[in-house]
Design a protein around this ligand. Structure first.
Ligand SMILES: Cc1cc2nc3c(=O)[nH]c(=O)nc-3n(C[C@H](O)[C@H](O)[C@H](O)COP(=O)(O)O)c2cc1C
Length: 208
């Protein structure tokens, strides 16, 4: 009997369940990993009244079991208005080293004055809190370049006490993951799969 041809799709020996768990572990690992890790940042794409909008945000928290991810933003930013009007969004991750794209469809929920926002605010150091000290609404027109925080801070950090002034501008955005589309690029063959969590759980391989 002729032995079976070696697979040209090495990762295909993974099961869909392995692949799904591995993808979530990679997202969680990005929180701990180096700054240049691919999944550390993502593109948040939103619907708007006129079409669509997109921008980069930092992944801040991952709940591997419940399938939630979180990011932080200034409550005055355009994305917050967009998500309030259209809570459904897409989060797009690309890891150039691993050649993996993850495309998550999510339902978002804004947290500003609740314990969840407080809890995440408490995890932020003064360097991150500096981003919330802007005296001006993000995207507002300015007469000259404005650094996004009071100019007396310069390259320095606010004191812990001064950093608390940013709390009112801080929002944590909860993203409940509805589906995850996985794509791995490889010269040996692409691997694409779709994992659905809501309304019911199912997974399938897809043609790339
Ligand atoms: C690498 C990188 C990371 C960023 N992370 C965040 C973030 O975590 N939260 C955020 O609100 N904006 C972040 N920004 C800025 C946004 O991309 C965007 O310019 C800003 O939030 C205004 O967006 P909006 O007007 O669409 O709301 C980041 C930008 C870059 C380049």
């Amino acid at each position: 009997m002729t032995p079976p041809e070696p697979s040209v799709y090495p990762t295909i020996s993974l099961t869909l369940t392995d692949l799904e768990q591995d993808s979530w572990q990679k997202l969680a690992a990005a929180l701990e990993g180096k700054k240049d890790m691919g999944f550390k940042t993502m593109t948040l794409a939103c619907r708007t009244a006129n079409g669509a909008d997109a921008r980069t945000v930092v992944l801040r928290q991952v709940d591997v079991v419940r399938k939630y991810v979180w990011f932080h933003t200034d409550v005055r930013a355009a994305k917050v208005m967009q998500l309030e009007a259209f809570p459904d969004a897409t989060l797009l991750f690309w890891d150039d080293t691993q050649q993996i794209q993850l495309r998550l469809t999510v339902e978002t929920r804004l947290h500003t004055n609740d314990y969840l926002a407080d809890e995440q605010w408490q995890t932020l150091g003064v360097g991150n809190r500096k981003n919330y000290l802007s005296e001006h609404k993000p995207g507002s027109v300015q007469p000259s370049p404005y650094p996004g925080f009071p100019t007396h801070l310069g390259a320095g950090l606010p004191s812990l006490e001064e950093s608390e002034n940013g709390r009112d501008n801080f929002a944590a955005i909860e993203c409940r993951v509805l589906t995850m589309d996985y794509l791995h690029l490889s010269r040996d063959g692409q691997v694409r799969a779709r994992f659905q969590y809501e309304p019911d759980s199912k997974m399938s391989w897809l043609a790339p």
